[in-house]
Design a protein around this ligand. Structure first.
Ligand SMILES: [Zn+2]
Ligand SMILES: [Zn+2]
Length: 222
């Protein structure tokens, strides 16, 4: 299995590239504005098909979607609750006024995905976990050994819900409040086995057990 993290772009967002070793399909999760870096990593992989799946629709994670959709004729999947954020993509880009966001292209969604859905792409089977709070349709993608023989350690691609030592902001477009996000993280993610790796939308990977013990935002939750 390939699991490649491509950090870069305006807010040093992480794009994830995944592919099972027997598959000719590559999964791109959250292609942001680091388009050149993503292309460079893709050039080292053999594949015929691409699918683009997003954890959520904030500009730093969705900026590159339309580019890769066009280039590879790839379908784009996201939760329906992210639609209002997709629709204001151009406004968000203007507000930031950054060179990296100078040409925002709103992508069409090819398929809405919901919570507790089993997805099968790139030779991998994974499940969606809905963790709203940072945005209304924030999805995490859980890869477990039971369905994927190639996986050594179970992992979750968790978008901007939880980070190493921190959690997502709730004051951006579509955010709710801290209590909502914290309780969703605790009820949906912190219940996973302690050695589950968390791959967030920004910053380094961490593990469920580490965050349960030391994340200041999650401590003291009853
Ligand atoms: Zn975000
Ligand atoms: Zn982000």
């Amino acid at each position: 299995m390939e699991l490649i993290v491509v950090p870069g772009g305006a807010f040093v967002e992480n794009t994830y590239i995944l592919k099972g070793s027997e598959s000719d399909e590559v999964i791109i999760i959250d292609p942001g504005s680091q388009i050149n870096e993503i292309e460079e990593r893709l050039s080292n992989i053999k594949f015929k098909k691409v699918v683009i799946i997003n954890t959520h629709a904030h500009l730093d994670h969705i900026y590159g979607v339309e580019y890769f959709k066009n280039k590879y004729n790839a379908p784009f999947l996201i939760h329906q609750n992210e639609t209002p954020i997709i629709n204001v993509m151009a406004d968000a880009a203007m507000r930031f006024g950054l060179e990296e966001f100078s040409n925002p292209q709103i992508p069409n969604v090819d398929r809405f995905i919901t919570e507790n859905e089993e997805l099968n792409f790139g030779g991998l089977i994974f499940n969606t976990i809905l963790v709203p709070g940072h945005s209304p349709g924030s999805l995490c993608f859980s890869f477990i050994k039971k369905y994927n023989k190639e996986i050594d350690q179970e992992f979750v691609i968790c978008g901007d819900t939880v980070f190493a030592g921190s959690i997502g902001r709730v004051d951006l477009t579509g955010g709710t409040n801290m209590n909502d996000l914290v309780s969703n993280i605790n009820e949906k993610l912190m219940v996973l086995p302690d050695d589950t790796i968390l791959f967030p939308g920004h910053g380094p990977e961490t593990q469920v057990g580490i965050e349960k013990k030391s994340n200041p935002f999650l401590l003291g939750y009853a």
